[in-house]
Write a protein that binds this ligand. Sequence first.
Ligand SMILES: CC(C)(COP(=O)(O)OP(=O)(O)OC[C@H]1O[C@@H](n2cnc3c(N)ncnc32)[C@H](O)[C@@H]1OP(=O)(O)O)[C@@H](O)C(=O)NCCC(=O)NCCS
Length: 242
Amino acid sequence: MSALTRVLAEVKADVAAARDRDPAAQGVSTFEILTSWAGVQALLAHRVAQALREAGVPLAPRAIAHLTRAVTGVEIHPAAKIGGEFFIDHGSGVVIGETAEIGERVTLYQGVTLGGTGFQRGKRHPTLGDNVTVGSGAKLLGPIAVGDGAKIGANTVVVEDVPPSATVVGNPGHPVKVEGKRVEGPDADWIHLPDPIAEAIKALSERIADLERRIADLDGGEKSGGEERRLRSRTGRSSAGG
Ligand SMILES: CC(C)(COP(=O)(O)OP(=O)(O)OC[C@H]1O[C@@H](n2cnc3c(N)ncnc32)[C@H](O)[C@@H]1OP(=O)(O)O)[C@@H](O)C(=O)NCCC(=O)NCCS
């Protein structure tokens, strides 16, 4: 009975979180949210599956998780620990692994993976603090810790711990802001990283061009036909840096 009361209280808080954080849910009735918000449905099913798992009921928790994935596109392992006022916006494509732990008031958008990096056993999924937001398509891999209030940008791949109140973007994910301030420092420019291979090819290309000029001078004729091609410009935005 206490498990039922707990699950009902959790579901009530989750519906309130959807109304609070999804502008499209403003003024929408609880019944409508429960029947048409896939993220809320997946969470509701998870709350039940987890309670059954804790009560030692066999098979049913996995069956619920399996059916929920088919209906909502959200896969949450029944053992995953999820705090209150959790919200998955849009739902589809979210995967939350067995040993993932999620704090209070966390928001995930569609396509987020809280997964492992390989075939390890034991704790192998991320731990998210309170008030964390994870953008659509982001992958958080391994037993990393994401600090309270952190924001993970859409499509970011995070494989290392994230400090509290940091904004992390890119692949690999790196902080661009901490406590609302831009990250400064000698290695903060992820856009224009040095490229030693391109530098070596450029130096060789210049030497070949110089040799061709000298041969042409010795022959007393025109420079041989080898075309000197410019290397790709290194200015502009990088896909890694956003
Ligand atoms: C990361 C995010 C939360 C913004 O956080 P923020 O702290 O306000 O950060 P800013 O907008 O000031 O961006 C900081 C820098 O990161 C870059 N950036 C922001 N989001 C990025 C992303 N997803 N990928 C790569 N770079 C990103 C910005 O261009 C900016 O770069 P600059 O310093 O070169 O100008 C937001 O951009 C984001 O990705 N939200 C996810 C939203 C989502 O998934 N919506 C789906 C709705 S269906």
